[in-house]
Write a protein that binds this ligand. Structure first.
Ligand SMILES: [Zn+2]
Length: 286
């Protein structure tokens, strides 16, 4: 039946093409019967359709930004808007330690011995999780937002190799840049309940009960590590340790965002960058 249609309509490559689309590839023995010219017409008509098929690879998103840059807020907003789960290194380590994988086994040994989880092991565990999620293909089919990984250039290079292995693109990197003055204002405004440990912020999240905790009326205090001197040192440390990562990612899918603006404005910009529509346009273009 398919052959008849092909033979009759050979002059009309559109119908030949439609048969191919509807029924799948034409058998080679059949093609033998056609003239070389007819075959080339069919093949040409098939080629553009293949190129146009948008292929959305799951995407790994990650944030770079100093403490107080708003990474936590933005990644959780983006996660719910795009339906991409956040995978934190802590969560990955905890869940892998319960599994019977080689990485999970090594992790249990290290944790039981009280030793520190080193760079290699973190990489092995994160890699194991990404591979499993990628092949399981449910929750993470739209991609994931990684939190706390990579922290070093070595980890970043490892992540690239795992993603390349899985056939995924390099991570989309969002760098929230906030001036040190704004960071200092935000971080020194943090207050913690002395009783339950709840965190408030004099600027962005003040307690409804003033200098007392909303839950238990505990006194709100400034932690030692939120004092100006300590914060300046933390920011300098962060700057120093993150600079190599920024350099590593600059030039690829890397986006420097002005993080001094209102959180809602920043989210709008992030949605433009990370939306599946943008990826769709990219898949069609070129
Ligand atoms: Zn409290």
């Amino acid at each position: 039946m398919m052959f008849t249609a092909l033979a009759v309509d050979m002059g009309n490559w559109v119908s030949a093409y439609q048969i191919v689309v509807r029924r799948g590839p034409v058998e080679l023995t059949y093609l033998y019967a056609l003239s070389a010219a007819a075959v080339s017409v069919v093949l040409k008509s098939m080629h553009p359709t293949r190129a146009k098929t948008p292929h959305l690879s799951p995407r790994v998103l990650l944030f770079l930004g100093a403490p107080g840059s708003g990474k936590g807020t933005q990644s959780s907003w983006l996660s719910s808007r795009l339906g991409m789960p956040i995978l934190s290194t802590g969560e990955i380590l905890r869940s892998e330690a319960k599994r019977n994988t080689p990485a999970g086994f090594r992790l249990r040994q290290v944790l039981a011995s009280g030793a520190l989880v080193d760079d290699d092991l973190v990489c092995a565990v994160v890699g194991s999780r990404l591979r499993r999620d990628a092949t399981g293909g449910n929750e993470t089919s739209r991609g994931v937002i990684l939190d706390g990984f990579p922290r070093t250039v070595q980890q970043a290079a490892f992540l690239d190799s795992v993603l390349a292995d899985l056939g995924f693109p390099r991570p989309c990197v969002i760098h929230l840049e906030v001036s040190s003055q704004v960071l200092l204002t935000r971080l020194t405004a943090r207050r913690q309940c002395a009783v339950c440990g709840a965190i408030y912020n004099l600027v962005s999240r003040p307690s409804l009960r003033g200098s007392r905790c909303e839950r238990d009326n505990g006194a709100l205090i400034q932690r030692d590590d939120d004092s100006e001197g300590v914060i300046l040192r933390r920011l300098a440390d962060y700057q120093k340790s993150s600079q190599p990562l920024v350099e590593y990612y600059a030039g690829s899918d890397y986006h420097r965002i002005d993080g001094n603006r209102e959180p809602e404005q920043i989210l709008e910009r992030l949605l433009e960058i990370a939306s599946p529509q943008r990826l769709l346009v990219e898949a069609y273009g070129d």
